[in-house]
Design a protein around this ligand. Structure first.
Ligand SMILES: NC(=O)c1ccc[n+]([C@@H]2O[C@H](COP(=O)([O-])OP(=O)(O)OC[C@H]3O[C@@H](n4cnc5c(N)ncnc54)[C@H](O)[C@@H]3O)[C@@H](O)[C@H]2O)c1
Ligand SMILES: O=c1ccn([C@@H]2O[C@H](COP(=O)(O)OP(=O)(O)O[C@H]3O[C@H](CO)[C@@H](O)[C@H](O)[C@H]3O)[C@@H](O)[C@H]2O)c(=O)[nH]1
Length: 328
């Protein structure tokens, strides 16, 4: 069976994808420096190699040792405000290290590369939903560092017939494995659904709503939340698509509809049965009013249908994991 190199496979989305790959019978080697990832998120029989992307000698040895049929590249720094304060940290890890990884994959004739990109490459889009043709105009170093890597990958694949890629632009990823095996474990996470679940469980005093004066139906920010297990499945489909000879493609990953911050807070209240406190505060800098994917290309290219397109299911799985984290 094919062996896949998963960078960042000890992190939130990478660990769920590793599980989905194992369930499909792939062999998986995770390469992760455990900076935000957790060793126990790499479920057996995946092999964990603890190493940094910066260590190109280590990666070279690994590529010589294993016959990888694909790289799925998740490893990155992901905190937008931090990217504004420390841009070089983001350009080094997300652009420079990614460029080195693409160079090594090409040099070792690894034929397929799947890259974690983000809706942040669109910046503050003027229309909604957002298709892949929407203008690319990232407004922070995180989004720019990812867009530059998209271009490096696209240009390298265009110049080298033996390399094909899928670039996946994730919208808002949330939820946890419905069987409770994995979830989002990063301490100090800032993502809305995780924060709201923590407020419901008394791990935080309250949920702050960042802005109530957006031009949305209830004044709060609207996002397209995709369940992490659906997103993991998209990666498996991306590999199958490339294996079947599919052309390189860039695809938005979302469901095509959005929920406001207030709707998420209400859903967490309903699912948890806890009426936790909510404070309305000012907008967070750089937040667009609404970000909703046009998922048409994803659905037609991969013939893909989601399994967990239901906000209560997303919240329930996130809550279950948040409860379980206390006992791990
Ligand atoms: N979470 C989201 O909502 C979201 C949205 C859009 C895009 N993404 C992208 O998805 C990918 C995964 O995000 P996540 O939410 O799972 O984050 P995460 O922090 O949980 O996972 C990142 C993993 O990469 C590892 N890593 C980071 N730098 C490394 C390095 N130099 N060498 C080796 N390992 C390294 C970390 O230890 C961690 O395990 C990222 O590329 C991110 O930009 C995430
Ligand atoms: O405590 C909180 C946290 C968030 N929000 C709001 O909730 C929405 C979602 O915010 P968050 O969960 O922080 O996600 P985003 O800022 O939309 O960014 C996520 O989704 C992007 C793609 O859409 C990715 O690029 C980023 O990496 C990922 O963090 C936004 O309107 C926020 O203003 C709050 O009101 N209170």
């Amino acid at each position: 069976m094919d062996t896949i190199l998963v960078t960042g496979g000890a992190g939130y989305i990478g660990s769920h994808t590793t599980l989905a790959l194992l369930e499909k019978g792939y062999r998986v080697v995770v390469y992760d420096n455990l900076s935000t990832g957790q060793e126990d998120a790499v479920l057996p029989p995946a092999r964990l190699v603890v190493g940094d992307l910066e260590d190109t000698e280590r990666l070279t040895r690994l590529m010589q040792e294993e016959q990888f049929s694909a790289v799925i590249h998740f490893a990155a720094h992901i905190v937008v405000p931090e990217s504004v304060q420390q841009p070089l940290k983001y350009y080094s890890n997300n652009t420079s290290n990614t460029t080195n990884l693409i160079r090594l994959a090409a040099a070792h004739s690894i034929p397929h590369f799947v890259f974690s990109s983000t809706a942040a490459v669109y910046g503050l889009p003027e229309s909604s939903p957002v298709s892949e043709q929407t203008q690319l105009d990232p407004i922070n170093p995180y989004g720019r560092s990812k867009l530059m890597s998209e271009w490096v990958l696209e240009d390298t694949a265009a110049a080298q017939d033996s390399l094909r890629h899928c670039t996946l632009r994730y919208f808002n990823v949330a939820g946890a494995d419905p069987q409770g095996r994995l979830g989002q474990s990063t301490p100090n996470a800032t993502h809305l659904i995780k924060v709201a679940c923590q407020a419901a469980l008394g791990k935080r005093e309250a949920l702050a709503i960042y802005g109530t004066d957006y031009p949305t139906f209830d004044g709060t920010g609207v996002r397209d939340y995709i369940h992490v297990s659906d997103l993991a499945d998209v990666h498996v489909r991306a590999l199958e698509y490339l294996e079947q000879g599919g052309a390189s493609a860039t695809l938005n990953c979302g469901y095509g509809h959005g929920y406001s911050v207030r709707q998420i807070a209400d859903t967490v209240r309903e699912v948890s049965g806890v009426d936790f406190p909510v404070h309305e505060t000012q907008r967070r800098e750089g937040d667009p009013a609404e970000l909703i994917a046009d998922p048409g290309r994803l659905q037609t290219t991969f013939e893909w249908q989601p399994r967990y397109d239901d906000v209560a299911t997303i919240v329930r799985t996130a809550l279950d994991w948040e409860r379980k984290l206390d006992h791990l």
